[in-house]
Ligand binder design. Structure first.
Ligand SMILES: [Zn+2]
Length: 434
């Protein structure tokens, strides 16, 4: 089953805070207790993988954040790279052989322990030797693994460095069923490539990673999501992205949002994420209703306890604390599509008599962060029996950009990937390898 895509502007903002560049740079091998087999020193850390003689762009995917331990499967042997920024970017390598199964990695007291070896440092890479795959959290991923200690020194992030086309196979297969039409899969590959590169370009220089692995960006399930159909879609669109005219008059990539099932009409991005790009103004979509299962397309009423909704809102948006307990939620802006409306801005009134407004999409993902119960903002809000009730729901996801079910519907009717993308991102054009 495809996943709803929730590319939420405020979520992205929340997770873009760059870590301080003042990492501790002192690195030392502290303990050598044996048990991991032979180790040997090597030269400093290598560069990005090359595909067909050309350097392929890397994507840095945040797999885990703020953890103190994880278990990694690395195959029989692997290499640990330790970067030493204090030494002008030079680094060291440690090589581990005769590994049997998984290794435990933990951080405690500023020391990262890999198996029975301990390292003090800020950034450590792990690269399996003979296979381009490692396992983490029950999934397998291509590329290399980076452990980046957070500023407080008490936790670390786990980041996957992977060639973009490999990354895309792990996205397309997670975002769409692989048995869908080849042209829908190709449209998905181009949209996902464009979105990833836009987020990388916009936020990547400010942090140690480019994109998350969840629906907050786009779902990435690594090797598990790969299949022959998906690899073909990615290969046949290799390097292709969508561009449009930017505010400064130049052509460039844009946040190529997409979502599961728009419910009949895609939405203007400005109403949902607050950004303005010409291809994201919204388009009628008669296609998804033929593809999405009725129980997903028309979702059942969902009730949420008044007090819990209040607590969640005040926690996510401290500015609302002055409202006190939320006593009323009303829609003040919506897009009217005739027989249904998508809520875009809501007014919150509180027990103190004060009020404030919020984007409806932000309310949705605050009330239901999974997005799987309160599936869209095409709904009506009422108060009943101590609950806020969201009813007459329609569609799945934020509704901006390509409708994935709609893309499948168009492909079934014979549309090409290019036609699908032109339909959902009007005024954009596909350009070749970047
Ligand atoms: Zn649709």
């Amino acid at each position: 089953m495809f996943s709803p895509i929730i590319n939420n502007q405020s979520q992205r903002t929340n997770i873009t805070s760059p870590r301080s560049s003042g990492y501790r740079i002192r690195l030392a091998l502290l303990l050598l207790l044996g048990g991991l087999g032979a180790c040997k020193e090597g030269p400093h850390i290598g560069s990005a993988p090359r595909m067909g003689g050309q350097l392929e762009q890397l994507v840095r995917v945040l797999l885990e954040n703020d953890v103190t331990a994880c278990t990694v499967k690395v195959g029989a042997s692997f290499e640990v790279g330790i970067e030493t920024a204090s030494a002008g970017g030079e680094g060291r390598k440690k090589h581990f052989e005769d590994i049997d199964g998984a290794i435990e990695i933990a951080l405690s007291g500023g020391i990262i322990t890999i198996g029975n070896e301990a390292f003090e440092g800020d950034e450590i890479s792990i690269k399996p030797d003979r296979v381009d795959v490692f396992g983490l959290g029950g999934s397998d991923y291509r590329g290399t693994l980076r452990l980046v200690v957070n500023e407080n020194g008490n936790s670390f992030d786990v980041i996957n460095h992977v060639a973009i086309e490999s990354y895309l196979s792990g996205v397309v297969g997670a975002e769409m069923p692989n048995y869908w039409e080849p042209e829908a899969l190709k449209a998905q590959a181009i949209a996902a490539r464009t979105y990833c590169l836009y987020i990388k370009q916009r936020f990547g220089s400010k942090r140690k990673w480019d994109v998350g692995r969840t629906q907050a960006h786009q779902v990435y399930r690594g090797v598990d999501a790969e299949s022959a159909q998906v690899r073909i879609a990615v290969n046949q669109t290799k390097g292709k992205v969508l561009v449009c005219k930017q505010a400064n008059g130049d052509e460039g990539i844009f946040p190529c949002y997409y979502s599961s099932a728009c419910g009949g009409h895609t939405e203007n991005s400005n109403h949902v994420f607050g950004d303005s790009f010409a291809p994201l103004v919204g388009a009628p979509c008669p296609y998804c209703v033929e593809v999405a299962r009725p129980k997903y397309y028309f979702w059942p009423s969902a009730g949420f306890d008044n007090k819990e909704v209040s607590e969640k809102l005040l926690k996510n948006y401290p500015k609302l604390k002055r409202l006190g307990q939320i006593t009323d939620i009303t829609a003040i802006e919506q897009t009217d599509y005739g027989t249904y409306r998508r809520l875009t801005r809501i007014k919150l009134s509180g027990s103190t008599g004060k009020s404030d407004t919020l984007r409806a999409e932000d309310l949705r993902l605050t009330v239901d962060p999974s997005g799987r119960i309160l599936r869209s903002t095409i709904c009506e809000i009422s108060k009943s029996g101590g609950k806020w009730v969201f009813c007459f729901g329609r569609g799945f996801g934020h509704g901006v950009g390509m409708c994935q079910c709609g893309a499948q519907g168009m492909a079934r009717q014979g549309s090409s990937a290019e036609q699908i993308l032109e339909y959902y991102y009007p005024g954009s054009r596909i350009t070749g390898a970047r």
